[in-house]
Design a protein around this ligand. Structure first.
Ligand SMILES: [Mg+2]
Length: 192
């Protein structure tokens, strides 16, 4: 086999491997409402970027009482926040106005551009920023490539559109290898 073919196959393997590492969340948690935010602030985090749909409320739903209270609590702790959504401005702006947060609409996740814009708005760096979202192939993949620690939440509504159901099937494979890797590491949830 020519060296160039071997090299390109190896390169392809490396790319896949790097990609899978970028798909692993730093931490998994059942809900954005059960994250120990005070601990993250004590660890030096100052800004949090949030996905909205199925992370904070059901897809397309307006801000509810617990979301409004969560953002009040985050402000009290001292966090800056940005809502980063691929959705259109009317949906994102109305939610952001209700909870009192900065926002980026049509963020183009998993592109890193939206995450960088969000950090600029908060005046934070990848080291001092946290990302919270429910989807591996948009939310987590983008945040990891932007160098931000990620928290993967379970989707609020298990009934999802067909294209999301297909992505969830793929996510299942990623999470299976993530859990195996975590088990092999033999330590807490941080496997980066
Ligand atoms: Mg989502």
């Amino acid at each position: 086999m020519p060296v160039s073919v071997l090299f390109s196959r190896y390169g392809y393997y490396i790319t896949l491997k790097n990609m899978s590492n970028n798909l692993y969340p730093t931490t998994e948690i059942a809900s954005a409402f059960s994250i120990p935010y005070e601990s993250y602030f004590a660890m030096g985090k100052r800004g949090i970027i949030y996905d909205i749909d199925n992370t904070l409320v059901m897809h397309g739903a307006p801000a509810d009482k617990r979301s409004i209270e969560l953002f009040e609590k985050l402000r009290f702790i001292g966090f800056k926040t940005v809502l980063l959504s691929n959705n259109k401005e009317p949906r994102v702006k109305s939610f952001a106005d209700d909870v009192g947060s900065l926002y980026v609409y049509r963020a183009g996740k998993p592109s890193v551009k939206g995450y960088e814009k969000a950090m600029k708005m908060m005046g934070t760096t990848p080291e001092t920023t946290l990302f919270v979202g429910d989807q591996i192939f948009t939310d987590i993949w983008g945040a990891n490539r932007a160098g931000i620690d990620t928290i993967l939440t379970e989707p609020i509504d298990p009934r999802e559109e067909i294209q999301i159901i297909l992505k969830r099937r793929l996510e299942w494979f990623v999470l299976r290898s993530y859990h195996r890797k975590k088990k092999n590491c033999g330590k807490g949830p941080e496997v980066k």
